[in-house]
Design a protein around this ligand. Structure first.
Ligand code: EPU
Length: 332
């Protein structure tokens, strides 16, 4: 394997070449790359939310900027500055060891801190925007540093400005979060409460909630180190209430979560399962047996194999339910 091969750098374990892989440990490293005028540039963090479908005619900057620092605090809150190359779950563990609340529901999400605002990661009733303060990024064409505050990031459901109009334009170097010393836990998500009851924990701590989340995730989501995957492959589609009502007449058991008076989210996993794709495998591409929304590479699937399997799922769901599924992962 060439030293520029991306296979070790993506959790779906796609075999694809690049023009070069350059580790970035500091802002200064970014400026040095810019001075050398290497181009085009692409950025990879944990490689856990990207499906690489072809060789990359680009230099890949591997974000390795580390560090977790408290930069301000009062009686109630702590402002932290985190290197974008820190592992997200390690940050959650750090917050728990410092008894700081706000991200415990986001335990065990793969990937690095720089990807968290990009995707606006979320799980079990919390999205990272609820603790986000600001971030620093370097504009790759101008070579300038810029701060983005919450309103600049245009966060949405697994969305931000960095997946849309600013796609590929910046490398995020640090993210600042506000964590809480007197944290109000959010255990509203059914599965967390059930797990805490099962463990007979009546007054959970931040750490109890993180442990419940870890245990739920481990029971149904495949570990990418064992079965290569990129977590949820599609977004949960948002439909109008009238579409939902029509579907409910035909499929009374359909699952949905109301958003407001006009729209609801339907779990893509439910649609995929009921279109007959749960645990299905075509060659080495498949969906996981415990979770229909997780596409897995059972061995040597190529990017094309994964894409064509994803397309079969999209077609199957569109044909049966009239709903189009949109990938949640970034496709390269
Ligand atoms: N379901 C099925 N079949 C399955 C799995 C689930 O029908 O094979 C149904 C069940 O009714 C279940 C519902 O789908 O109640 C929702 O499933 P789950 O709670 O596992 O959540 P999800 O909607 O599939 C989302 C996020 C996950 C996050 C979980 C928990 C997206 C795209 N995914 O998944 O995030 O961990 O909620 O909050 O929003 C990720 O983004 O990579 C990710 C893993």
């Amino acid at each position: 394997m060439s030293e520029n091969n991306l296979l070790p750098y993506n959790t779906m374990r796609m075999n694809a070449d690049s023009k070069g892989i350059i580790p970035i440990y500091s802002e200064r490293d970014v400026f040095e790359v810019l001075v050398e005028q290497l181009s085009p540039l692409k950025i990879i963090g944990g490689g856990s939310n990207v499906l690489i479908t072809q060789d990359q005619d680009a230099y890949i900057l591997k974000n390795e900027i580390k560090g977790i620092e408290i930069i301000d605090e009062d009686n109630d809150k702590v402002l932290i500055k985190v290197g974008a190359g820190e592992n997200w779950h390690q940050l959650v563990m750090w917050s728990i060891s410092h008894n700081l609340g706000g991200i415990e529901n986001l335990a065990l999400i793969p990937g690095c801190v720089g990807a968290a605002p990009m995707q606006n990661i979320g799980a079990y009733g919390i999205e990272q925007e609820s603790v986000f303060h600001s971030l620093s990024a370097i504009d790759l064409s101008e070579g300038t540093t810029r701060s983005f505050f919450k309103e600049d990031c245009k966060f949405g459901y697994r969305e931000s400005i960095f997946k849309n109009e600013c796609k590929g334009k910046y490398i995020i170097t640090h993210v600042n979060y506000i964590l809480s010393k007197n944290h109000k836990l959010n255990t509203s998500y059914g599965a967390i409460n059930n797990k805490l009851e099962e463990l007979e924990i009546a007054n959970p701590s931040i750490s109890d909630v993180a442990n419940a989340v870890i245990s739920i995730r481990q029971s149904k989501l495949p570990d990418p180190k064992i079965i290569p995957n990129t977590g949820s492959f599609f977004k949960n589609p948002i439909v109008s209430i009238s579409t939902l009502k029509t579907l409910e007449l035909k499929y009374p058991e359909i699952v949905s979560y109301p958003i407001d008076d006009e729209a609801a989210k339907i779990p893509a996993a439910w649609l995929i399962q009921h279109a007959g794709f749960k645990g299905k495998r075509v060659g080495d591409a498949g969906t996981h047996k415990n979770h229909a929304l997780v596409l897995v590479n059972y061995g040597n699937a190529s990017g094309e194999d994964m894409l064509s399997f994803a397309k079969q799922i999209q077609d199957g769901v569109a044909e049966k339910f009239g709903i189009s599924l949109e990938p949640e992962v970034n496709i390269w």
